[in-house]
Design a binder for this molecule. Structure first.
Ligand code: NAP
Length: 659
């Protein structure tokens, strides 16, 4: 508790899952060799260097080359056979040291050791190091936690913040504000925390990016059971994080923000919240942090006759757990990430399945998509201090360049609209070859399974063969004729076919570009935010909007990554940037800050220019990454490192400070 009575969150090493002691290594050399053979070498060498304090083995010749990943990760970051052989010998020696010297813990590392290990892992990319430290729990200067306290900066000034939402973004924001001891109220429209992972409970729901790249830098869970976490595992993780951080009991559930209006005279936001039973409450806050999510409002196409259907109809996000699909005739509309998980999960138990496809998805091979972490991995997590954290860092590091090189468009590329560059065409060829294998003996299905747009132009899915298996199943029909109308008994397509079904599942996605839909935000001079945006949501650094002082968006426009980067990193940085802005307001003893329109325009132009060079920015591509104006309003087209850079400080020249 601080002198002002505000709870301050203090966490050692800024990791809620920090572990002091590990089990001792007791295995024989032969057993250790087997462990080494099943380990990810760069992560293991880094962990051993940290645990023993000896970085001498991490010589430049042994650096993983970080060979660009076209489709499937290269083992050990592309290390050559010779590098791997030498790396294994060094790893074995390191494990023996842990055993013989009974090393079972590691403390925060000296800065020089951190730099040396990170330079090794990053193959000399010195410009990545600041961002990587943010992700390394052993670094003495992570740079994520605020290095200041509200109590010290503005002990006598009443200040309060409204945080809207308790999903992945809202928890990140609340965690950072709690660390600084800034007073806040956090509200959640639903009855539970966890946002998208609370709502999406359809059969088969799981992460479709690697688990270890999907967690907070301040909550580095080491013992994830699956390579691609199941939905409930992420939900439970978020609940644990909130509980450990003391946030769970602070969330005001069942409280929806319906309106926030800036009171210029008072320099405060007047926020109206509404409970489920319609009761409204009005409160004043100095700042508002909006963390309402992007993929939240279901898109349910307005098919003619939709409401005449007498069977069960539900959107993937609003799965009715009382509905039993077993032995039923089921229709799934859509072939995006949600359908891709639902269809294989239920296909074996339905009487018939019809999948309505408007465009086919691209899928990246992911053989381990449904697999658990290996026994070797579990051993390393138990016995090598902070191995899981190094592995998480390694996965995050590989995500910096990600697969950007496969989606950058070449000017006047002749094979457009099927590909955007030579590399993109190579990826296309590889994936088509794979589809041909999967749909062997089904030429008609294969024809429909090959997308008619470039790889990466829409979000790519992770595939271990289950999609093709589901589509080629005897009870499945892939329908590519557009939907004409619904009838009481089912769906009729343009070619006149009637599909009589019992259950219709809308896996038709969301309305991601309708930021703050359903909430009225009135800023300076009475201007409403949607009137300002005119259907084209824009925010400086994805966070601040001109005319809306002390209003911060976490997961706002243009900060989503699709072929590279960590989502949690982006959300944490947006939270940290918002907190830095609050600090500016407090330190300068001003009422608020308001981003300048010119700063926003410059930011948007910068981002737009790069998005136009990407597969998803081509004029012939249609994807949810674009808004109704045709601008790519969802996607951050740079690496995490650029976002680290732009969110390092609040540039005073970009803001007006209101007295
Ligand atoms: P989505 O990717 O937007 O897919 C919607 C599907 O519905 C597409 O196939 C789309 O066709 C089709 N569709 C939309 N309107 C239609 C219409 N009027 N008629 C016929 N078909 C129509 O939505 P989603 O699958 O729910 O996924 C959305 C995002 O959520 C993903 O991209 C991902 O970021 C996230 N997500 C993540 C996970 C995960 O991590 N495990 C799982 C699910 C979702 P077109 O392609 O032709 O537009």
């Amino acid at each position: 508790m601080s002198t002002t009575g505000v709870d301050v969150l203090r966490v050692p090493q800024d990791d809620l899952f920090w572990q002091d002691n590990y089990e001792p290594v007791t295995e024989t050399d032969a057993e250790l060799l087997r462990i080494v053979e099943g380990a990810d070498l760069p992560a293991l060498l880094a962990a051993l260097a940290a645990a023993t304090g000896d970085t001498s083995a991490l010589s430049p010749e042994l650096r993983p080359p970080l060979t660009p990943v076209d489709t499937v990760n290269h083992p050990h970051g592309g290390m050559s056979e010779d590098q791997q052989d030498r790396g294994r010998q060094l790893a074995l020696a390191g494990l023996r040291r842990l055993r013989d010297e009974r090393i079972t813990s590691v403390d925060t590392l000296p800065g020089a050791v951190v730099t040396s290990i990170l330079e090794y892992l990053a193959n000399g990319h010195r410009d990545w190091i600041g961002m990587l430290k943010h992700e390394l729990d052993l670094a003495p200067d992570k740079g994520g936690a605020p290095g200041w306290q509200y109590d010290d900066v503005a002990p006598d000034r009443p200040f309060s913040v409204l945080i809207v939402g308790s999903g992945v973004a809202g928890i990140a924001a609340a965690y950072r504000f709690a660390q600084a001891g800034v007073p806040f109220t956090i509200i959640e429209a639903g009855e539970c925390l966890g946002g998208t992972w609370q709502k999406n409970r359809y059969p088969g729901v799981r992460l479709d990016t690697p688990t270890f790249g999907y967690s907070y830098s301040f909550a580095q869970r080491p013992d994830w059971p699956h390579q691609f976490a199941e939905g409930h595992e992420i939900r439970e993780y978020l609940e644990t994080v909130a509980r450990k951080a003391g946030l769970s009991e602070r969330i005001e559930f069942g409280s929806r923000l319906v309106r926030a209006e800036w009171d210029e005279a008072a320099g405060m936001w007047v926020a109206t919240t509404r409970t489920r039973d319609g009761a409204e409450r009005t409160r004043r806050f100095n700042a508002v942090v909006s963390a309402t999510g992007q993929l939240d409002i279901p898109n349910i196409p307005d098919f003619p006759g939709r409401d005449s259907f007498t069977g069960v109809a539900m959107h993937s996000q609003n799965w009715d757990e009382s509905v039993d699909w077993r032995g039923k005739r089921v229709a799934v509309i859509g072939t995006g990430a949600s359908a891709y998980q639902i269809v294989p999960a239920i296909v074996d138990d339905v009487e018939s399945m019809v999948v309505f496809q408007r465009s086919a998805p691209w899928m990246l091979p992911a053989p381990a998509y449904h697999e658990g972490m290996t026994d070797t991995f579990a051993w390393l997590v138990r016995k090598v201090p902070h191995y899981a954290q190094w592995f998480r860092l390694w996965v995050t590091l590989l995500g910096i360049p990600g697969r950007f090189h496969t989606v950058r468009a070449e000017e006047d590329w002749p094979a457009a609209p099927l590909s955007v560059s030579q590399k993109n065409q190579e990826v296309r060829d590889e994936l088509v070859y794979r589809l041909a294998e999967q749909f062997a003996g089904h030429p008609e299905l294969l024809r429909h399974a090959v997308p008619g747009y470039p790889p990466g132009a829409k979000r790519m899915l992770r595939d271990n063969g289950v999609w093709a298996r589901a589509l080629t199943a005897e009870q499945t029909q892939l329908e590519t004729s557009p939907i004409r109308e619904f009838t009481p008994g089912g769906i009729v397509t343009e070619d006149g076919t009637e599909h009589n079904v019992d259950i219709v599942i809308y896996a038709t996605g969301f309305r991601p570009s309708e930021y703050l839909e359903g909430i009225t935000i009135v800023g300076r001079e009475g201007r409403e935010i949607h009137d300002f945006w005119q259907g084209d949501a824009r925010a400086y650094n994805g966070v601040t909007v001109p005319g809306f002082p002390n209003f911060f968006m976490v997961y706002g426009p243009n900060v989503g990554g699709v072929v590279a980067g960590s989502l949690h990193f982006m959300l944490e940085r947006a939270s940290e940037y918002s907190l830095k802005a609050v600090r500016e307001v407090l330190e300068r003893r001003v009422t608020a800050l308001d981003v300048k329109p010119a700063a926003l325009d410059r930011f948007v132009e910068w981002v737009d220019q790069e998005n136009r060079r990407m597969a998803w920015g081509q004029p012939y591509v249609r994807t949810w990454y674009q808004n109704g104006c045709g601008r790519v309003s969802q996607i951050w087209p740079f690496t995490n490192v650029e976002y680290w850079n732009v969110t390092e400080s609040v540039r005073p020249e970009d803001y007006d400070f209101l007295p």
